[in-house]
Design a protein around this ligand. Structure first.
Ligand code: ZN
Length: 339
């Protein structure tokens, strides 16, 4: 119970007030999903580390999911908006590179550390994402009102003033917010689309359910840069948001699709962790494959989920950030999906 509560709080601490993404917290009610958020923590001097990549594409590390942006001849396209209070800094960083107007914002998925800054971008940028991103963001007031009163009671019982304040404010926000005020994507798609900016073509693909069921990856054809959103955590144990349609097997399918589709010399921006290459992406794929394999073997041997989770350990990945917090939840998801 304590763990579950710690999860909720650490996640919420990152998601920030009035934030539309709350599906994952709902997951915490149903399953002992550990924190998806400690990978957000960066040292203060790490905030807004800018990394120029090829072809006018940049990676911008901040406090939430890694931002990517592309400077075209007439406009700038941005991938993910992190948190509301961080977003003005993201805009300032981009303005430091180019005075071209920011016209497009792509959300890779609905989590608060990727869409939290949307309302900062909304006045000037068209926000695009998979259909499920919009659907989940618009559903969040209902989800909060359904799930948070119990969490609030739990916080009151535990005497945790910060949590009580947080849940109370979220419930108030959910009661008051008008759905049309939520800064959800206004242009959504179901399988893939392209944006053409100068001589660059930006491909946006929806993948099989992996991190969530609304994941997009963004590929810059000419620059050969790929932004994976949270379908890739580089040297970080991922969060598989089962409550939002995420899947361990889906992760593997999604990664295989991407690896088959991009050139071997592609530069890869993960949702969390450092920019890397296709070899880095393949290492992550190996991690997912190993978790699935361990779960499948246990299930085939007749091991109960409880026994499996008690024993399971993949020492090769112990150095990945978040191993203690999220590995067992990954294993649980894989066990549930094992046949
Ligand atoms: Zn995420």
């Amino acid at each position: 119970m304590k763990n579950r509560f710690a999860f909720v709080v650490s996640f919420l601490a990152c998601v920030c007030f009035g934030h539309p993404d709350l599906q994952a917290q709902a997951a915490s009610k149903a399953s002992p999903t550990p924190s998806p958020t400690d990978h957000h923590d960066r040292k203060p001097d790490d905030i807004f580390r800018l990394k120029p990549l090829s072809g006018n594409v940049y990676a911008l590390y901040g406090r939430g999911g890694n931002v990517g942006f592309f400077v075209g001849p007439d406009a700038v396209l941005v991938i993910d908006s992190q948190f509301k209070e961080i977003a003005p800094g993201i805009v300032a960083q981009i303005k430091g590179v180019s005075d071209k107007p920011i016209k497009f914002l792509i959300n890779t998925h609905h989590h608060g550390d990727h869409v939290g800054g949307n309302e900062v971008f909304r006045p000037f940028a068209m926000i695009l994402a998979h259909d499920q991103v919009r659907a989940r963001m618009l559903a969040s007031p209902v989800d909060i009102q359904r799930n948070y009163p119990a969490l609030l009671e739990e916080a009151k019982k535990a005497g945790n003033a910060d949590q009580v304040k947080f849940f109370s404010e979220q419930i108030e926000w959910a009661k008051k917010v008008k759905v049309e005020d939520i800064a959800a994507p206004i242009l959504t798609y179901d399988s893939e689309f392209r944006i053409h900016m100068g001589d660059e073509t930006i491909q946006v693909w929806h993948l099989p359910p992996a991190h969530t069921d609304g994941d997009s990856v963004v590929y810059f054809e000419k620059a050969k840069v790929l932004h994976m959103g949270d379908d890739f955590f580089n040297k970080v144990i991922p969060f598989i948001d089962v409550s939002a349609g995420g899947s361990a097997r889906g992760y593997l399918a999604a990664l295989d699709k991407v690896i088959a589709r991009v050139p071997a010399d592609t530069t890869v921006i993960p949702g969390h962790g450092e920019v890397t290459d296709v070899a880095g992406l393949k290492s992550f794929r190996q991690y997912i494959a190993d978790v699935i394999d361990a779960a499948q073997k246990a299930k085939s041997a007749g091991k109960t989920k409880e026994d499996f989770l008690k024993d399971v350990d993949l020492p090769a990945y112990k150095d990945f950030s978040g191993y203690k917090d999220r590995f067992k939840a990954n294993a649980a998801a894989a066990y549930d999906e094992a046949r």
